[in-house]
Design a protein around this ligand. Structure first.
Ligand code: 13P
Length: 335
């Protein structure tokens, strides 16, 4: 088994999942301000360190995606953040794209940037202790979007990124996120997500990426958040599985979903059903940002010194999702 495959399995094997704590400073500032906390480097670290030192890091969280600011910070115990995460038994990862920018040629769509100088940045992150990376392509659904241009240019960037990351001995998380914003139906989401994922694999294969050494991070198949025709959780799970079965080559070890604006409970329930119905060989796990942090952040914002209370809430969410990643969650386990 390749070393990269081993790393991927360490991150999402045995029911473990990923904590996506890689919000850019701009996004984190919005999250902190929404709960009335001043967004300073110290406060951003305090909340994140509370999560990174909680017990679920050992039992549930196989990997943590960090932002550039955080991976270079020193913990309150004077250790490197990458060491804190590794000492807890998890693996540190890093977001390496530099954000989604206006796509020339289709200015209402986005292209993710960050390839220039990437090889050197990867070497630096690897030295600091990163074992895996993330790059997010983002697509919106309308009657005409995502366009062929957005689909092919983002797939190309994701593939070039992945090849560089593997060259540097790290596992690339390939994240093509088809947004849930809009009035579209679940069928639209199914069709457009399928086009996006198929193109990504076409490019990954052309760029000679070792598919055994990646993790795919897709959206689930959902009706748009403004759609009048919502579908049941059962249908979400079945459509999501059908899409992935058709579009993802069998060499890929696993899939870690983003939560994408679903509530904490929805994200857990849908993941649980996906695993209940999973008749593929793919591991189906989670790489949640909001759906792992929301309640913990709300609690913490009321008393930023109450680290133990914050950790209790985070531990519960992580445990629920780890059960869901094995199809063993039920509503009765929620508090
Ligand atoms: P959400 O789970 O909040 O969608 O975040 C996951 C992520 O990493 C988005 O890039």
């Amino acid at each position: 088994m390749s070393e990269l495959n081993n790393i991927a399995l360490k991150i999402i094997g045995k029911g473990k999942g990923i904590l996506a704590a890689d919000e850019s400073t701009g996004t984190m500032t919005k999250r902190l301000e929404s709960v009335g906390v001043l967004s300073t480097p110290e406060n951003r670290l305090m909340f994140r360190e509370a999560l990174f030192s909680s017990t679920s890091m050992t039992d549930c969280i196989g990997g943590v995606i960090l932002y550039d600011e955080t991976i270079k910070q020193i913990s309150s115990k004077k250790t490197k953040i990458t060491e804190l995460i590794s000492d807890m038994g998890s693996l540190p990862g890093i977001k390496v794209d530099t954000g989604a920018k206006v796509l020339a040629g289709s200015p209402d769509e986005k292209i993710t940037e960050g390839l220039d100088g990437l090889r050197d940045r990867l070497k630096e992150y690897y030295k600091i202790g990163a074992k895996f990376t993330k790059w997010r392509g983002v697509y919106n659904i309308t009657k005409d979007f995502p366009s062929k241009l957005a689909i092919s240019s983002n797939a190309h960037a994701l593939a070039r990124y992945s090849a560089l990351v593997q060259e540097c001995y790290m596992v690339p998380i390939v994240e093509p996120e088809v947004l849930m914003d809009g009035e579209h139906s679940a069928e639209d989401c199914y069709e457009k997500t399928s086009n996006v994922i198929e193109k990504c694999f076409e490019e990954l294969i052309s760029h000679k990426v070792d598919l055994k050494g990646i993790i795919l991070k897709p959206n689930m198949i959902l009706a748009g958040n403004k759609s009048k025709n919502k579908i049941s959780n059962d249908e979400v799970a079945k459509l999501t599985l059908k899409c992935l079965k058709n579009c993802v080559p069998s060499e890929v070890p696993g899939i870690a979903f983003l939560s994408g604006g679903q509530s904490e409970l929805e994200a857990t329930e849908n993941l649980n059903l996906i695993n209940k119905y999973n008749d593929t060989k793919f591991i189906m796990s989670y790489s949640y940002g909001r759906a792992l942090q929301q309640s913990a952040l709300k609690f913490w914002s009321k008393d930023i010194k109450d680290i133990k209370g914050t950790q209790k809430i985070f531990n519960h969410r992580a445990k629920m999702n780890t059960l869901a990643a094995q199809g063993n969650w039920s509503k009765g386990l929620e508090i």
